[in-house]
Design a protein around this ligand. Structure first.
Ligand SMILES: [Zn+2]
Length: 468
């Protein structure tokens, strides 16, 4: 299996540190709002990497954090007049719902930054002891960037170029020894959450969080560290500097980064009004469509999101689901009995699509070609099975198709989730039934919705509903 390593800028053969095991860390979101579709891409992409590794027989320890203390969280808390914790807890819960709807598996561990402060104080202290960090007079602790000689090795940046870029933005009053130094710990401001430390009451910088959580849950050396390409610099570069200076070991063997996501060929931004949350997308599409759409491109390529492309993804996914549905349908009335020699040939030929799928995925997780192999398998199935096929062949092909889809986290068959518009329609129908005193029908509709996991609540303001 080959993976593209940002560190070496080439595809390398994947060799885990420990045979049969993969230790993988993916930087998670800062939780101050619903996640947007830019957040969804690394979640979907690296969940797929994990699933493929598991399919190959690796035991994957997959860690992904939530950054639950941050300027944006604090700002939102102040706007709403609630605690920062209330904001982060709320959006962690919402994020987990979206992840489930995108069929992103829960991580082995989902550590929270605020629960790992002890480890951060410890790592910062070690860095100070080793001369890699220093506290300034106001209690801010900085990392001494130039002291880490390999700084820039991930982003392939040169310290002197960085220095030149920094000259103009030197902030007055900052007590850094060098403009390149970055924050490990910062003093609290009025009304902000804080923790005690040897340097001041304050909170950690963002980069130290990941170094500490990765170390605690996976160890000092890990196989894969991943995230969006916007994290390469400075976040991942700083993580490397901290971890390798502290531990004296190579932090991560392979660095994987997914490409940007654009909306209608423009950068997604709130000011351009082309900003979508995953929740908004879910009102229009089954989130399996979003997943299928994202995997239709190579993870390192920039990806353009548009309504047209989502419609194309939707019909592509339907084609696969129809293939699975057809097998299920034929199977109902199929003859009992085993595969005959002719069918044996069909079965063996179908193995070729699995090989094609694996070859694509072994080549740096080329999900786009993997999906093409699945389409070819569907076409092959449609032309080679009919009402005369044996139950065994139909069943085996169905299993093969569902397995390949499952590696991509795509559910080829199963209960379709009911759409919001359909729910509203049924609720309106139930209201009408009640008005006509047709309580039997009204109850029937309530039961129907409940079967789909929709809970109704009759309130003074009208009927409210939620997904269980
Ligand atoms: Zn991180």
């Amino acid at each position: 299996m080959k993976v593209y390593n940002t560190l070496s800028r080439q595809k390398e053969e994947f060799v885990p540190l420990e045979e049969g095991k993969v230790k993988m860390y993916v930087c998670g979101p800062t939780v101050y709002n619903f996640i947007h579709i830019g957040n969804a891409r690394p979640m979907i992409v690296f969940d797929t990497v994990r699933r493929y590794m598991e399919y190959k027989g690796y035991e994957v320890n997959f860690v992904s954090n939530f950054t639950d203390v941050d300027d944006k969280i604090i700002k939102k808390a102040m706007e709403e007049g609630v605690t920062a914790q209330e904001i982060s807890q709320r959006y962690i819960a919402e994020c987990k719902k979206d992840m489930a709807a995108m069929n992103v598996k829960p991580a082995t561990s989902h550590p929270l930054a605020t629960e790992e402060i002890g480890g951060m104080l410890e790592m910062i202290s070690t860095l100070i002891e080793k001369g890699y960090a220093y506290p300034a007079a106001d209690g801010t602790v900085y990392f001494r960037t130039r002291k880490f000689e390999e700084y820039g090795k991930l982003s392939h940046k040169n310290l002197d170029d960085l220095q030149a870029g920094h000259r103009e933005i030197k902030v007055a009053g900052e007590e850094k020894e060098d403009p390149l130094d970055f924050v490990l710990w910062k003093p609290k401001k009025e009304g902000e959450p804080y923790w005690e430390s040897p340097w001041c009451q304050g909170r950690p910088g963002w980069h130290i969080e990941c170094s500490v959580m990765s170390k605690k849950y996976l160890g000092e050396e890990i196989d894969i560290h991943a995230g969006g390409e916007d994290l390469i610099f400075p976040h991942h570069e700083n993580e490397i500097a901290q971890s390798e200076s502290c531990n004296g070991k190579i932090f991560a063997k392979y660095w994987l980064h997914n490409g940007f996501l654009n909306i209608d060929n423009k950068k997604m931004s709130k000011s351009l009004g082309n900003f979508f949350t995953v929740r908004e997308i879910s009102e229009k599409y089954d989130l399996q469509v979003l997943r299928f759409f994202m995997l239709g491109a190579h993870y390192r390529s920039p990806l353009n999101f548009s309504g047209e492309l989502m419609e194309a993804a939707k019909s592509g996914l339907e084609r696969i689901r129809n293939g699975a549905e057809n097998l299920k349908h034929l199977s109902k009335n199929a003859r009992e009995g085993q595969i005959d020699p002719k069918e044996q040939g069909i079965w063996e030929e179908s193995q070729g699509f699995v090989a094609k799928f694996e070859a694509a995925m072994d080549d740096d997780f080329n999900t786009a070609d993997g999906i093409s192999a699945i389409f070819e398998l569907v076409k092959f199935i449609n032309t080679n099975v009919d009402g005369d096929s044996s139950k065994e062949l139909l069943g085996n092909l169905r299993e093969r198709l569902c397995q390949l889809c499952g590696i991509l986290g795509i559910i080829a068959e199963g209960k379709e989730e009911i759409l919001d518009v359909e729910i509203e329609k049924l609720i309106a129908e139930r209201q009408a039934a009640r008005k006509e005193k047709n309580f039997a029908r009204a109850d029937e509709i309530r039961g129907l919705l409940l079967e789909q996991g929709i809970i109704l609540e009759d309130t003074r303001e009208g009927v409210k509903w939620k997904r269980a």
